[in-house]
Ligand binder design. Structure first.
Ligand code: HEC
Ligand code: HEC
Length: 235
């Protein structure tokens, strides 16, 4: 009896949450209101800078929640607090509707690109064999990181009690719109590594039940790099 009561009140709470989040935003109004955001987040929410998050195709409810958090100070970032301080609830809904309707661009494989060696060795100081060996070593590091990222995303890490990301962020990194869990696919690896480190340290802590802190605190630096690297290439 007790159990089912709890289940009922939880589903009411969820209904209420999604009711707030689904308030309608106007895409065209949002486009105009987002003009001042383009210098950092890109014209259509596809930022070119690895530490400025992409907002394109992000879930509306999540975007609104983050803008509110920067405004009320529960998520801190000096540039962002200044940018949202003058926005009304309606502005935030319009801006979120605009960004979520955009398409997120794909990322190239970040860092460790074996082809970069051709640029590094401008003066042709490496022999062909040395170059091949160095490329192979880099390729192996890259493959190992990708495989670790893939594994943690899908299966979690039982031994270290890291929950599988797929449960909340979806099979293709698309997030969960009704629950306002953010999409991760196509996000910059550097931004994700930074924000996971913030969750881990408790510097970013405005999320429900501190969910991401509980998960990130169990992740090593290598886990964070691997998962950010893998997720940034999800389509
Ligand atoms: C000077 C650069 C700059 C400008 C201009 C800017 N932002 Fe940001 N924005 C950032 C940075 C940097 C972050 C990441 C902060 C962090 O690391 O926690 C961010 C984060 C965000 C996030 C959270 C994204 C996520 O995935 O969690 C949202 C939403 C956002 N910005 C919306 C806006 C809107 C709307 C505007 C315009 C009104 C705007 N930003 C203007 C730099 C900027
Ligand atoms: C139980 C659900 C849940 C699980 C499991 C989960 N997350 Fe999250 N994640 C969330 C929620 C909710 C947020 C939004 C937090 C907020 O509102 O600030 C989030 C936010 C994030 C963000 C920030 C996105 C942005 O745009 O700033 C990243 C990155 C992330 N999660 C990565 C992961 C990774 C990697 C894993 C697996 C190791 C994982 N998450 C597992 C629920 C989850």
């Amino acid at each position: 009896m007790k159990k089912s009561l709890i289940a009922v009140s939880v589903s009411f709470a969820l209904l209420n949450m999604s009711g707030v989040v689904q308030a309608a935003g106007d895409i065209d109004a949002g486009r105009a209101k987002a003009a001042s955001c383009a210098s950092c987040h890109g014209e259509n929410g596809n930022s070119m800078m690895p530490l400025f998050p992409k907002l394109a195709a992000q879930n509306e409810g999540y975007l609104i929640k983050q803008m509110q958090a920067f405004k009320d100070g529960s998520r801190s970032n000096a540039s962002m607090s200044a940018m949202v301080s003058g926005l009304t609830d309606q502005d935030m809904q319009d801006i979120a509707a605009f960004y979520s309707a955009q398409t997120v661009t794909d990322n190239a494989l970040p860092q460790l690109n074996p082809d970069d060696l051709d640029d590094i060795d401008d003066n042709n100081e490496l022999t062909a064999d040395e170059k091949t060996a160095a490329k192979k070593a880099l390729q192996k590091q890259q493959d190992t990181l990708m495989a670790l990222g893939y594994d943690v995303y899908r299966n979690g890490d039982l031994e270290n009690e890291i929950s599988a990301c797929i449960a909340c962020h979806g099979p293709n990194g698309e997030g969960n719109e009704p629950a306002s869990f953010p999409a991760l696919k196509g996000q910059h690896a550097d931004y994700m590594a930074k924000t996971l480190t913030d969750f881990k340290a408790g510097a970013r802590s405005n999320n429900p039940d501190n969910m991401m802190h509980m998960i990130a605190k169990k992740m090593t630096e290598k886990d964070i790099k691997a998962i950010s690297y893998y997720v940034s290439t999800m389509k």
